[in-house]
Design a protein around this ligand. Structure first.
Ligand code: TXA
Ligand code: MG
Length: 334
């Protein structure tokens, strides 16, 4: 891996793109301070350029270099959760290019815990650089949790647009980081922009304030679009009774279906069935690989059993809702 890391640093320093593993999902990385390199992330990913990208830092990075007016609560959260799956939105230091934050005066910062990511960040620019990286998938698609997923997403860019894919095995968390806006602490307090593995309750336990829900003044985040993280196949989310009714309809029309379950019994006749853990952590870890696999099963629709209502399922429920957004219309006219 040492040689691969050196090669990755060379590519990044020359303005190229490198995909790398993190504990949440794989990232598509570029030098955060190189405007052209950041522009090529947007191009390769097919993402609108006014969408901000998270900047990844090494555990030893100098936070003041990247952000200003850092509230004490942010420092407490960093102490508690970095390296780890928590992204903080902070006021952007003026010399950091606005291109990385989609023109906004804030910056998303995160220190990942995956050992390969940490090694890469420590090697890049002597540990003081920042790697801008969205998830390594085409805009709106399902995020990758293995190096093979990244190679599938960017098959036609490998070797030119995308210089290298570092393989760090399957991501342990499986869904993207929790995003907490701390750029408006004095007026709004901390605001949760995207739920993830680190929950509002864990954040409250550290800073004594429960994060608020995103409001119209919140910074833009593409992970907060209604439709995102979506397979090409319609995803129908529902409780067992509703799913059984839909299976009935699809069977009647001779349409193949796939199913993603965690507690209800299998519906017979599916072209593909994946059963994930009934625990939220195990479920999150397997979710994106399962959606990718069911998406290629030839099914007309993927039926997904609704996750439990408990708060620890918030991250998973959020991703499933976005994956399912707009899919109901696939049943129109059947
Ligand atoms: O777990 C993760 O966060 C992964 C890994 C690779 O670190 N990254 C990830 O990046 O999910 P991406 O770009 O797919 O989603 C990052 C989200 C986007 O919705 C983006 O808009 C938001 O973070 N974001 C980044 N900087 C921001 C800022 N300054 N203000 C508001 N939102 C921001
Ligand atoms: Mg993404």
């Amino acid at each position: 891996m040492r040689d691969e890391i050196a090669k990755a640093c060379g590519i990044l320093e020359a303005g190229g793109l490198v995909a790398f593993p993190t504990e949440t999902v794989y990232g598509l990385g570029a030098d955060a301070e190189n405007i052209e390199a950041v522009a090529s992330i947007f191009r390769v990913k097919g993402r609108p350029t006014n969408h901000p990208v998270i900047v990844h830092l090494s555990p030893e990075a100098d936070l003041e270099y990247w952000a200003h007016s850092i509230p004490s609560e942010a420092r407490a959260l960093i102490k508690a959760f970095w390296p780890g799956p928590l992204t903080l939105i902070l006021p952007r230091a003026s010399h950091i290019p606005a291109a990385v934050s989609g023109g906004q005066d804030t910056l998303g910062l995160r220190c990942p815990s995956h050992p390969v990511a940490v090694e890469l960040l420590r090697a890049f620019k002597g540990g003081q650089g920042g790697i801008a990286a969205p998830s390594a998938n085409k805009f709106g698609h399902v995020s990758p949790t293995t190096a093979a997923h990244v190679r599938q997403e960017f098959a036609s860019e490998l070797g030119h647009g995308l210089g290298l894919v570092l393989d760090g095995g399957p991501s342990a968390v499986g869904i993207e980081s929790t995003i907490l806006d701390m750029s408006r602490m004095d007026t709004r307090g901390p605001v949760l922009l995207r739920p993830g593995f680190i929950t509002p309750r864990e954040i409250e336990a550290v800073i004594g304030i429960m994060p608020g829900a995103a409001d119209s003044g919140a910074p833009r985040a593409s992970g907060t679009l209604s439709s995102h993280y979506a397979p090409a196949t319609p995803v129908l989310l529902g409780q067992p009774e509703l799913l059984r009714a839909r299976v009935g309809l699809l069977r009647e029309k001779n349409l193949p279906f796939a199913q993603l379950l965690h507690s209800m019994p299998d519906e017979p006749g599916a072209v593909a069935t994946i059963r994930l853990s009934p625990e939220s952590e195990g479920y999150a870890r397997g979710l994106y690989a399962a959606l990718r696999s069911l998406d290629s099963s030839g099914a007309f629709a993927i039926l997904v059993e609704s996750p439990p209502a408990d708060p620890e399922w918030d991250g998973v429920r959020d991703r499933l809702r976005r994956a399912a957004y707009g899919s109901e219309s696939a049943l129109d006219g059947l």
